[in-house]
Design a protein around this ligand. Structure first.
Ligand code: MN
Length: 249
């Protein structure tokens, strides 16, 4: 890891049309990357592509939007959890399209958090759409924040929910789209700078009509710099220090 490399701590490298090329480019760029997955079955293939790159960390995931059709795969997640330090994408999604599976999502998420707590020492990237309170309740019940590092990804929440997450010691990964919203500004205003990370959530965010590239966080760094009225280079260094301390914890 060098100081000039980007930090992309939530990216779906396996959802780019050419997964192998996405891994190769990202690996060679040196970008410190959390490669999240959406099902436990996808984990092994991602590990295969990532193994030659020290800067790519593959996370074991079961995306809340996949739970409606893949809830049974939580058993595979539980079998595999001991083999990895990184977990994601997991969480809850209460948006209209996915609300019909919310009850089963909660059961699956509780099992995932329990597996993480029972093992300890994990780094989790957690999705929360329209249900910040439910996500924080589940984390607190599981006590996973006591022995793991929890990163709230794209966290759109109220001021009091952000305060609660901060008091629980959570990390926050932000992208350029989140930072265009009031929720993004609320987050920057309230969280410790030492808990801030950058992400792309690629390929789901669009830039100039194309999917954002892995590690394409310049705009996010600029927005953070503008918010704090400091130089983008200082933000770059800050985010680098943060991910280093996270990985060394
Ligand atoms: Mn994602």
């Amino acid at each position: 890891m060098t100081e000039t490399c980007a930090v992309d701590f939530h990216c779906h490298l396996d959802l780019y049309p050419d997964m192998e090329a996405a891994y190769r480019k990202c690996g060679n760029s040196g970008c410190e990357t959390l490669a999240v997955t959406t099902t436990p079955k996808a984990f092994a293939r991602n590990q295969l592509y990532a193994r030659q790159f020290q800067n790519i960390h593959v996370a074991l995931g079961l995306h809340p939007q996949a739970v409606a059709s893949r809830a049974s795969e939580v058993a595979i997640f539980e079998q595999m959890i001991a083999s990895t330090r990184f977990v994601g994408e997991v969480g809850l999604d209460a948006t209209r399209v996915h609300y019909s599976s919310f009850e089963i999502q909660k059961k699956v998420f509780d099992r995932i958090l329990k597996a993480c707590f029972d093992n300890g020492g994990k780094i989790l990237s957690i999705h929360s759409a329209r249900c910040a309170k439910h996500v924080l309740d589940a984390i607190e019940r599981s006590k996973v924040h006591k022995n793991c590092n929890v990163i709230l990804h794209w966290f759109s929440a109220s001021r009091s929910e952000i305060r609660r997450a901060t008091e629980m010691g959570c990390w926050f990964s932000v992208n350029s789209t989140l930072l265009q919203t009031d929720a993004g500004n609320r987050l920057l205003a309230a969280i410790p700078k030492s808990r801030l990370l950058t992400e792309t959530d690629g390929p789901f965010i669009e830039v100039e009509g194309r999917p954002i590239r892995p590690g394409e966080v310049e705009d996010t760094l600029t927005k953070i710099a503008d918010y704090f009225k400091i130089e983008p280079l200082r933000v770059h260094t800050l985010i680098h220090e943060n991910v280093t301390s996270l990985l060394q914890s």
